[in-house]
Structures are given as structure tokens and as C-alpha cells.
Ligand binder design. Structure first.
Ligand code: FES
Length: 581
């Protein structure tokens, strides 16, 4: 049973540290707020709720969140709270360079300090695009005031020439088709017009949809939140209800640390396997757990996800898109199926105040070609496979549901790219000594190497291989992969090359063995040869001399531990900072 017990109400809230009383400081804090036309009784001790908004036109997936925030405000006012909306830095996946991941931790720092330094008793986290969801959960976890997630929802299905177009997944596929001469550039441009038909985040089970699902599976969003399309009126209802709920959460003092227990993370890991979720979820959940002091490791991902069938038939692993997932019943149907097979901690408390099981017990599956029965799963071994060996002493990950069965056990000759520029310079060269049996190795794309750990691990195949009709090869790197991508791709190899991991010393012609069933990644080079290569190794990655890049490079920890900053691990609480007025 959940051990959570609601706090007594009424009581004096944190916000009264600013707004309660008649001192000069209290009057100072209140009077400035009143320039927004707020009546005096709104400062009478009722819950003050932050609406932490990652709205930005530079994060197109979140560009509709101002509208949604208004719905949240309606709910907060109705429930007797005072809503105060504020912006935080918004790392947008499709626009931000070198990679949005480099700024996830910056966003999390922004959220943490904004929450601690202002008169907030609780917060609604408004997120959508890939990094915004983990960043806000990380920041809120560090402060540990009551918090609830509402996502912006996925875009409508792309539609092009009679077929559905999935965000990212179709782009990668069409790009390979153009390289192979199957479509023209004009065709590609025509498809571009049809890809993003509405507000919202990627409509595949990419990282954004995976993280929305993780927020729900962790218990941090209301049940059913993850899949509602951005433009469906029920998304606005969800925002409204979320606003109502956070007020009661503050009264009950239901905090992230009460909800995101080890059981909740175990639930989320299993759900990620069942949905065929993104490999990025591995890094983000490790980072969130790190803020809460929950003992979660890469091995937990392998142990818990190993035998979870992937039952959500969505791209990139399957066929459909988020719209169909919603119409089929969405994530609650998946959680119910897992719970009935003993794979969910049913008593985990959620932000609704109900247990996970209470929320899903009555739901039905409305389309069993979208949410499959276990016996018809896309793969019986979903989840995330963690491989280890002399090439990845701290581990590397692979998504079996997006990989090719015939490559899960493979020995091949390494074709090495020293960094992403080296790859781009060579991959289209017809004289490159490569065939479909080779293993492509990409170095220096980890957290320090890129920096930020770019989503380039699913390297496109060489044209001469594609022309044979081959669509997959084993690829190994310390990079990440877009959640919308697919292939037999070994990612997050740790330690990364730029930190002196063994990946750094792989040479063209070395033989590599990938054995996913036995969780093994082996460089078939004698130990003494590996040792002498490592002794002679020097990084080719320039060390940033100043600015945020320098902070990032100096303090980012390995992908196997969540790629957070070393100085942000653990929580720092909600104690009110000293006033300077
Ligand atoms: Fe923002 Fe995919 S690019 S959700």
C-alpha cells in the first residue's frame, strides 16, 4: 500500500512567507503583484500555484501552450487557488543547436531556482517537446513542492499521397528513399508540406510521446494525459482538470518525492517497454531519479524491461500514430494490461490521489490492432537491452523493438568515423570500404564529445548498401538516437570516447561482436593491445573555454547515470531564500 497520508488543512503555506502579514516586505511583495489587477483576497493564504510554461515560438511543439495555460488557470481559480504563469527556458528539439539535450540541464536549473525563489506552493509543469518534460520534472524534483504535469499533446497524423506521415520516422525513411533514388527532391518537398498539420509534439512514439507516457506512468500526470491530440477539445479539458487538481495537491502536500518512488520508476520502465518507447527515456529517468535520490541504475532498465512485450503498434516500432493510440484508449489501457499480468505496482500513488490501479481498472481497449494483445506483440522482448563488455564497460543501450532480429547477434568488421564530420565526409563516398556486414562505429558524440550528445547514432547507411535494398546495419556510438528513429543501433556507449572510453580506440578493420541475447558488446582485440592504444589516446574534442558550454563540459556526468550535472544530483529543497529588501 502507498504510505502517503494527506497533510492537515488549513495550515500556513510557503507563499505566506512573501504575502502573509503587514510588514514592509509583505506589502512590497503584494503591492507589486497587484499591478496585474489581482484583488486583495487572492493573497489570503490560499494556494499559490505556478504555471511553469515552456511556451516558445522557437519550440514549435510547445507554441500552443499559452492557450492551454489559460485552461489551467480556470481550473486553479475554480478550486480556490491563485495561478501565476511564468516562462522558463525552452529547449526545442527541432531548432536548437548544437542539440537541445545540451540545454536540458540548463532548463532544469532555471525551473529549480524559479520555484525556490518565488512564492509558490505548487506548480503545473507545461511541457511537450522532448527535453522540456524531463527538464521540468528534474527541476521540480530538486525543490519537491507539489507538482503535476500537463503535456501539450501530439500533432494530428501527417497525411501525404494517401499515406500517414509520422513525425521524424517518415522523414528519416523519405531521406533514405531519396538517397536510394526511389523519390525525387520535389517529392520530398511535397511531403514536407504534409508532415506537421497542427500544433503539438511529434505524433510518433518518439521521445516526446515517450516522455509524456513516462510522466503518466510515473504518476505525475492525470490518467489519460499522454495521448490526447493537441487540438482535441479534451486536451483543454485535461488542462482545466489539472489546474483544479494541483490546488488539492497543495492542501494535501502531495509532493514529487511521494509520487516518484522506486516503484513508480519501475512502473515507468515497464511501460516504456510496452509502448516501444524511446531510448532517450533511459537517460531522462535516470536523471530525474538522481534528483530525488532514488536508486535507479541502467541495470534496472535491462532487468525490468527485458521480458516486456511491445504491445503499442506505433511508429517507429510499428504502424500507427498517436491519434490512433488515443482513440484506442491510450496509455491507461497499456497500464491496465501490464497490471493484470503482474507487471505494475498497482498501489503506487499518483497525482490524482488515487492509486495507479484505481485509475485504470475500468478502461477498455477500443482497437486491438493499435494496442495489441500480448500474444500478438510486436516483440516479446521490448524494453531496453543493456549490453556490456570491453567496448562498453559501463553499458550501452539498444531498443530491440526498433532493431532487426537477424542482426541481434552479429560479428562484423568495424568501419570507424572519428566524429560526425568524419562520417558526413565519408558516408557517400563510393570508394568507402564498407558492406552490409560491417559495423559502423561513430565516436565523440557523447555528452562531452558533441557536446550535448546529439541524436546521430542512427547513422544513415551508405548509398551503395541502400541500393542493394538493405535497410539496416549494426551501428555503435556514444550518441543518442531520436525516439522516432529505428535500426539495430547501439547507443550511449559508456564511458564515451571523449572521456577516454574504449570506443575511442576502435580502429578500422577491428572485429566487433554484438550479442544482444547475452547482453554482450565485445571488441575482439587482445587486452594488451587495447591497453596500449588507450595509453596512447588523446582526445580530438576541443575543450570549451568559456560560457555555458564550458560549464556543461566540466560537469556533465556519463549517459549511464543520466547526463545530469554532478553538482545537481540530489535535491536541495524548498527552503525560502533570505529576502534582500
Ligand atoms: Fe518537438 Fe519532436 S521535435 S516533439
Amino acid at each position: 500500500m502507498s504510505s502517503f497520508k494527506p497533510a492537515a488543512w488549513p495550515r500556513t503555506l510557503r507563499s505566506q512567507g512573501w504575502f502573509g502579514g503587514t510588514s514592509k516586505d509583505n506589502i512590497y511583495h503584494r503591492s507589486w503583484m497587484k499591478n496585474q489587477g489581482l484583488p486583495a483576497d487572492l493573497f489570503d493564504g490560499r494556494p499559490v500555484i505556478g504555471i511553469c510554461n515552456t511556451w516558445s515560438q522557437l519550440t514549435p511543439c510547445n507554441a500552443h501552450l499559452r492557450d492551454l495555460a489559460e485552461r489551467v488557470k480556470h481550473g486553479i481559480y475554480e478550486a480556490g487557488g491563485l495561478p501565476l504563469e511564468f516562462p522558463v527556458f525552452s529547449p526545442g528539439e527541432s531548432t536548437l543547436r548544437p542539440t537541445a539535450m545540451m540545454f536540458r540541464n540548463l532548463c532544469a536549473m532555471d525551473v529549480e531556482e524559479a520555484l525556490r525563489g518565488t512564492p509558490l506552493d505548487g506548480v503545473v509543469l507545461m511541457v511537450g517537446c522532448d527535453k522540456t518534460t524531463p527538464a521540468l520534472l528534474m527541476g521540480a524534483s530538486s525543490v519537491d513542492i507539489p507538482a503535476i504535469v500537463v503535456t501539450g499533446g501530439p500533432m494530428l497524423n501527417g497525411k501525404w499521397r494517401g499515406q500517414d506521415i509520422g513525425s521524424g520516422t517518415s522523414l528519416w525513411q523519405l531521406s533514405e528513399d531519396r538517397k536510394a533514388g526511389k523519390i525525387s527532391t520535389e517529392d520530398f518537398l511535397d511531403a514536407e508540406m504534409a508532415m506537421s498539420r497542427s500544433p503539438g509534439s511529434c505524433n510518433t512514439m518518439g521521445t516526446a510521446s515517450s516522455m509524456a507516457s513516462m510522466a503518466e506512468a510515473l504518476g505525475m500526470a492525470l490518467s489519460g494525459n499522454a495521448a490526447i491530440p493537441a487540438v482535441d477539445s479534451r486536451r483543454r479539458v485535461m488542462a482545466h482538470l489539472t489546474g483544479r487538481r494541483i490546488v488539492q495537491m497543495v492542501k494535501d502536500d502531495l509532493k514529487p518525492s511521494d509520487v516518484m518512488t522506486k516503484d513508480a520508476f519501475e512502473n515507468a520502465i515497464r511501460v516504456n517497454g510496452a509502448i516501444g518507447g524511446s531510448t532517450n527515456a533511459v537517460i531522462h529517468l535516470l536523471a530525474i531519479a538522481g534528483r530525488l535520490g532514488v536508486d535507479l541504475t541502467l541495470d534496472d532498465w535491462d532487468r525490468l524491461g527485458r521480458d516486456i512485450p511491445t504491445i503499442v503498434n506505433l511508429q517507429p516500432s510499428g504502424k500507427y500514430l498517436m491519434e490512433e493510440f488515443f482513440y484506442a484508449g491510450g496509455l491507461p489501457v497499456v497500464i491496465k494490461a501490464l497490471a493484470e499480468s503482474g507487471q505494475i505496482h498497482k498501489d503506487a500513488i499518483t497525482v490524482s490521489g488515487e492509486t495507479m490501479w484505481d485509475q485504470v481498472a475500468e478502461v477498455r481497449n477500443w482497437n486491438d490492432d493499435v494496442i495489441l494483445p500480448f500474444e500478438k506483440a510486436l516483440t516479446q522482448h521490448g524494453g531496453i537491452a543493456v549490453v556490456k563488455g570491453n567496448l562498453a564497460p559501463n553499458g550501452a543501450v539498444l531498443k530491440p523493438s526498433a532493431a532487426s532480429e537477424h542482426l541481434m547477434t552479429h560479428r562484423g568488421r568495424a568501419v570507424v568515423f572519428e566524429d560526425i564530420d568524419d562520417y558526413k565526409a565519408k558516408i557517400n563516398d563510393e570508394s568507402l570500404d564498407i558492406d552490409e556486414n560491417c559495423i559502423m562505429v561513430l565516436k565523440n558524440c557523447g555528452p562531452k564529445g558533441y557536446p550535448g550528445m546529439a541524436e546521430v547514432g542512427n547513422m544513415g547507411l551508405p548509398p551503395k548498401v541502400l541500393r542493394k535494398g538493405i535497410t539496416d546495419m549494426v551501428r555503435i556510438s556514444d550518441a543518442r538516437m531520436s525516439g522516432t528513429a529505428y535500426g539495430t543501433v547501439v547507443l550511449h556507449t559508456s564511458p564515451e570516447a571523449a572521456a577516454g572510453g574504449p570506443l575511442a580506440i576502435v580502429q578500422n578493420g577491428d572485429m566487433i561482436e554484438l550479442d544482444v541475447p547475452n547482453r554482450r558488446l565485445h571488441l575482439d582485440v587482445p587486452d594488451d593491445e587495447i591497453a596500449s592504444r588507450l595509453a596512447a589516446w588523446e582526445t580530438i574534442v576541443p575543450v570549451p573555454a568559456s560560457g555555458y558550454a564550458s560549464l556543461y563540459y566540466s560537469h556533465v556526468i556519463g549517459a549511464d547515470k543520466g547526463a545530469d550535472f554532478d553538482f545537481l544530483l540530489g535535491g536541495r529543497g524548498k527552503e525560502i531564500p533570505k529576502d534582500s529588501h
